[in-house]
Design a binder for this molecule. Sequence first.
Ligand code: ZN
Length: 297
Amino acid sequence: MALYGGIEAGGTKFVCAVGTGPDDIRDEIRFPTTAPDETLAQAVDFFRRHAQQEPLAAVGVACFGPVDPNPASPTFGYVTTTPKPYWAHTDVVGRLRGALDIPVGFDTDVNGAALGEHRWGAALGLDTFVYLTIGTGLGGGGMVNGQMLHGLMHAEMGHTRIPHDWERDPYGGNCPYHGDCWEGLACGPAIEARWQTSGRDLAPEHPAWALEAHYLALGVTNITLMLSPQRIILGGGVMDQEQIFPMLRKNVQALLNGYVQKAEILEHIDEYIVPPGLGNRAGVLGAIALAMNAAEA
Ligand code: ZN
């Protein structure tokens, strides 16, 4: 069986792995995301070292963004307008292909994770689903009718608007573009700024989590109504707080208020709103799934 490389290219760290799937990760390395030259060179070194023993069929990159995921575009495979220092307009795919001389699959970090969940995890057998990550930021991707969700650019679900009750929550949000968009209210750093404490140090019964479940439910309800996904998967560091899930499910049912008459919502919502089947390996395994697609293309 052919061997693949995967890069979970995050804004704070890169995770690189070599393998063929969840039960066969041969090696993994992680290092901080610094400047593109240094960080991409570290990734290339890792894959070259492995390729000396056994050639890689392809490499996949599940990348922080915004990115250009359109293969027909002249800037395909670029990180485009990111505010992250040094990374704006970086040709990630071109550099990797130039250095490794193998096919490179490329998509957003959330679409990558969604693809991994589709191949091996919580979205097995589905053709329309959404993967959300709630951590340093809030992002969403997924598949619609069997195709990864792309379109004009790619979905930016975290920057949609949800109602903000200023009386209940006077915190103004932390999105540099919109203030109190969904990400601005519900990402990890927003929780920390609002409560002046890292989420990791807030007790499970702290009111922060009920508010978080409320905000997540507003966005999840919008997505349910807009894309009609068969399942919504929520990962990322904030969702390690497992107490959020039951509150989130209840809030979504309350917000929908019986309008979507499907057993998935009314009776089996614990199988509709779920954590990733691949846990916190969804990202890097998704990158390997992108590599597999690139090798087949
Ligand atoms: Zn925003």
